[in-house]
Design a protein around this ligand. Structure first.
Ligand SMILES: Nc1nc2c(c(=O)[nH]1)N[C@H]1C(S)=C(S)[C@@H](COP(=O)(O)O)O[C@H]1N2
Ligand SMILES: [Mo]
Length: 154
């Protein structure tokens, strides 16, 4: 299963789950961050630091990403301000096996504004630099989100 990973003004590539898991420097049992969740996950922002390469840090600087945009196989999408992502994790394995639910990977946002942001079956990850996307997280099926975003921008 190919996962597209890209950054505004930067890289754009296709990765496998194994690539992402191999790059990520911090792995956890998801229940450490999400009550009642289980399985192996990696920390999103420290993985971003490795993926983006030298000088980017974990994206906390003024030139870092403003938002994470994830899109699922079913076109469910979430747009999440970077500051909500300090505990964000990517679940990739349960009971030593690929996910039965949420395959290939699932995003969890423990400090996020809504459990609706825990996007299943993520196939597209974009590190966005666009303040116009706003201060509030949004989610929904892609076309509906786009309408919301347009309304939000006024
Ligand atoms: N791909 C995808 N992920 C999704 C959704 C969806 O419709 N498609 N719904 C979201 C919403 S609105 C909620 S409340 C949670 C539900 O998670 P659950 O299926 O583990 O209960 O998943 C989120 N992730
Ligand atoms: Mo939801």
């Amino acid at each position: 299963m190919a996962i597209r990973v890209r950054e505004d003004g930067g890289k754009d590539m296709t990765c496998s789950v194994e690539d992402l898991v191999g790059q990520a420097p911090r792995h956890i049992n998801l229940e450490e961050r999400v009550r009642k969740a289980r399985g192996r996950a990696f920390d999103l922002r420290s993985w971003y630091a490795v993926w983006a390469g030298e000088g980017q840090g974990e994206g906390e600087g003024a030139d870092g990403p403003t938002h994470l945009i994830v899109e699922a196989e079913d076109e469910f999408q979430a747009i999440i301000p970077w500051h909500e992502l300090d505990m964000a994790s990517i679940l990739y394995e349960q009971d030593g096996k690929p996910l039965q639910k949420g395959f290939p990977i699932r995003l969890y946002v423990p400090n996020g504004s809504s459990a609706c942001l825990n996007v299943k079956s993520v196939v597209d990850i974009r590190f966005a630099r666009d303040k116009q996307l706003g201060e509030a997280a949004t989610y929904g099926y892609k076309n509906e989100v786009t309408l919301e975003q347009l309304r939000y921008k006024g």
